[in-house]
Design a protein around this ligand. Structure first.
Ligand code: SF4
Length: 365
């Protein structure tokens, strides 16, 4: 057995998780709503049944940290236009192919003859551009701060290789502005956060201090294994019961306070903060990253002159409320009926990090 498996076995140990759960039950005196920001954490919670094992006072609500889910419908529609262009090889992570646009999805464009390719990294898309100089290659650069460095790196590589046929369709979003939007909403129910460990591995934890201070909410940086999640919940509940609101790093095996400084420097060099529309939620000021003017030649929207589009969301989908923790997937009238993983009406039913897909797969009762 390799050392990684041994380490992970420890973080999945039912006995250890049970001890932390017993401690959560012991310290919980009041009802609390805690949001796990990341969709990967939502899936881990549902898969392990952790939500069912907590005391009834603790409610976990699911956050917007699903990159596929929050990619604006307008950008999905722009991706569909680009992917339908016979001059373009359109590259994307696999999850995006089944995300519904206003009328269709990337799978249907591919079925109709579009050259849509699934890649595991934008650096693979750069290689495709190198190998196909007669074609334009566009990569759909979606994601949070976790994917932004490698997307930035693809631009650096394409520039270094002198490629004039590579560009990215940018849908980069950032966590802290979304937390401000959730906490500042009149419908907010969130009293504490489990912050996403992988985002903090890049960005560090400092940027959460002002959020904790302004809204008086504890923010606990948490990993993805059952023991990580149970510990994150325990530290959050202990703070809530004591009236504290501190940023605590409970994922020290991966996250440091300052984060990955070279990755942050790369982000600052290639991207700048921009206003961004989040699907189902709306525009959040300065919540995204866009290419700096010096790198505008790599911006697919500018290269192909795609202007504003009129979009059309399914009237049944309440994904925006699900992504802000206001409603649960099972509150959606379409859940499991008109909307299933094989026939999704909204992105959270498609994505491997979507809350609706997690409930469809794991939720009992
Ligand atoms: S179940 Fe489907 S329709 Fe309902 S919120 Fe989720 S994705 Fe949207």
């Amino acid at each position: 057995m390799n050392p990684h498996d041994v380490l992970m076995d420890g973080f999945r140990n039912a006995g250890l998780v049970g001890k932390v759960l017993a401690e959560i039950r012991r310290v919980t005196q009041h009802p609390w709503a805690i949001m796990e920001i990341c969709g990967g954490q939502t899936h881990a919670i549902m898969q392990s049944g952790l939500d069912q094992l907590l005391p009834p006072e603790i409610e976990l609500v699911h956050g917007p940290g699903c990159p596929v889910c929050v990619t604006a419908l307008e950008l999905v529609d722009k991706a569909l236009i680009l992917a339908s262009n016979p001059e373009i090889i359109f590259c994307s992570f696999g999850d995006m192919l089944r995300v519904p646009g206003s009328q269709r999805d990337l799978f249907s464009v591919r079925a109709a003859g579009g050259d849509v390719r699934v890649v595991y990294s934008p650096l693979d898309a750069v290689k495709i551009a190198q190998a196909n100089p007669e074609k334009q290659v566009v990569f759909f650069a979606i994601g949070f701060e976790t994917t932004a460095p490698v997307n930035a790196m693809s631009v650096v590589q394409a520039q270094a290789l002198g490629l004039s046929n590579y560009s990215i369709l940018v849908s980069q979003v950032c966590v802290p502005p979304a937390m401000h939007a959730i906490l500042g909403s009149p419908h907010n129910r969130v009293q504490g956060f489990l912050a996403a460990g992988h985002v903090c591995a890049v960005m560090g934890t400092e940027e959460y201090d002002p959020v904790a201070l302004q809204y008086h909410v504890p923010i606990v940086v948490t990993g993805f294994e059952p023991l990580d999640l149970a510990q994150g919940i325990l530290i959050t509940v202990v703070q809530l019961e004591a009236g504290k609101a501190e940023v605590v790093n409970a994922y020290t095996r991966v996250v440091t306070r300052e984060g990955n400084l070279p990755a942050q420097a790369l982000l600052k060099k290639i991207f700048e903060p921009v206003d961004r529309n989040w699907r189902g939620i709306g525009m959040i000021p300065l919540s995204g990253l866009g290419l700096r003017e010096e790198y505008a030649a790599f911006d697919a929207e500018k290269r192909f002159g795609i202007g504003e589009l009129k979009t059309e969301e399914s009237p049944l989908c309440i994904a925006g409320q699900v992504l802000q923790g206001v409603k649960k997937p099972v509150d959606c009238p379409a859940f499991g009926k008109a909307c299933t993983p094989t026939s999704p009406l909204g992105a959270p039913m498609v994505s491997a990090e979507g809350a609706c897909a997690a409930y469809y797969r794991y939720h009992k009762g």
